[in-house]
Write a protein that binds this ligand. Structure first.
Ligand SMILES: NC(=O)C1=CN([C@@H]2O[C@H](COP(=O)(O)OP(=O)(O)OC[C@H]3O[C@@H](n4cnc5c(N)ncnc54)[C@H](OP(=O)(O)O)[C@@H]3O)[C@@H](O)[C@H]2O)C=CC1
Ligand SMILES: O=C(O)C1=N[C@H](C(=O)O)C[C@H](O)C1
Length: 266
């Protein structure tokens, strides 16, 4: 079988850097280009940290798709840019694997429609780490028995979106089995706005941002006389790479939108 031709958007970023190395080091993947707004027209091998990794650099994604033959775009940028890149990839017949978070429900609906129209696979992965997928699945299982849930997600202080994509997806999975319930005292009042966190059908999400953190989440389930905590920690970005690899391989056989790796992990 031919190698899978991959473009990475955001190569100098914390995730993009790891993804470039993954693609470069995977025998059946070829890194055919990168999207980087700061080095248009150059070659990645001339950019600090990428010595020996040969790939043309484009700042304009449409120019890149017009000139380079590719199968998959791996996007690791920002919410607005990521949405534009994903839509453009689908328009050009290229399958997007999107790690970028911060997409709204409307964005997801738009991409679902576009994926169907084009008959192309698209993976939106709020979290690529296997442990994080299990943490979300275990939380979904627990929510069937515990209706009172608080999600605490904790990230580095350079993160742009809140809540995290993982927390939003966890809330989604929990909502699918939990009847909406207003938690806490019915008459509770916030004397400082935001004290009780974001409200998703009565469950609460709290976003912590601190230097030193990478990506962490705990889901607390409370009931009379007991507390269940489900927790996951990513200590480095290497933790996400097996999920990126699996996504690039799997997307070649998909023709629908997949939101969350729990849908493709056996
Ligand atoms: N799904 C998952 O498992 C994970 C997802 N993420 C998500 O991945 C995304 C990237 O995270 P992270 O690597 O930490 O972020 P970084 O800020 O380290 O990297 C973002 C990259 O996007 C680039 N970028 C920003 N704006 C543009 C633009 N207009 N055009 C082209 N490139 C642009 C930046 O380049 P420049 O230097 O020029 O600004 C930078 O290289 C985030 O949305 C994050 O939430 C993160 C970890 C795991
Ligand atoms: O920005 C990050 O770092 C991460 N973003 C993703 C998210 O928003 O859930 C995945 C992981 O938590 C790291």
């Amino acid at each position: 079988m031919a190698n899978i031709k991959v473009i990475v958007a955001g190569p100098r970023g914390r995730m993009g850097f790891e993804a470039v190395k993954l693609v470069h080091n995977t025998e059946h993947f070829d890194l055919v280009a990168v999207i980087d707004r700061k080095h248009d027209g150059g070659n990645l091998s001339d950019v600090e940290g990428f010595q020996g990794i040969d790939a043309p650099i484009f700042s304009d994604i449409k120019e890149c798709f017009s000139k380079v033959e590719a199968d998959v775009l791996v996007d690791l940028t920002t919410p607005e840019v990521g949405m534009y890149h994903t839509e453009t990839a689908l328009q050009y017949g290229i399958r997007p694997v999107v790690g970028t978070t911060g997409f709204t429900k409307e964005d997801l609906a738009k991409l679902d429609a576009l994926t169907k129209e084009k008959g192309l696979g698209c993976i939106i992965a709020p979290n690529f780490a296997i442990g994080a997928i299990l943490m979300m699945k275990f939380s979904q299982m627990a929510a069937k028995y515990f209706k009172d849930v608080e999600i605490i997600e904790m990230h580095h202080d350079q993160k742009l979106d809140a809540p995290s994509g993982t927390a939003a997806k966890t809330a989604d999975l929990i909502s699918s089995v939990r009847e909406a319930k207003v938690q806490g005292h019915p008459s509770e009042k916030e004397t400082i706005p935001g004290a009780r966190g974001a409200d998703v059908e009565g469950m609460r999400i709290h976003s912590v941002r601190l230097p030193g953190l990478v990506a962490h989440q705990q889901v607390l389930f409370g009931s009379a006389g007991e507390l269940l905590t489900v927790r996951h920690d990513s200590f480095n970005r290497g933790s996400f790479m097996s999920g990126v690899k699996l996504s690039v391989e799997t997307i070649m056989n998909l023709d629908v939108l997949v939101y969350g790796l729990e849908n493709i992990i056996e």
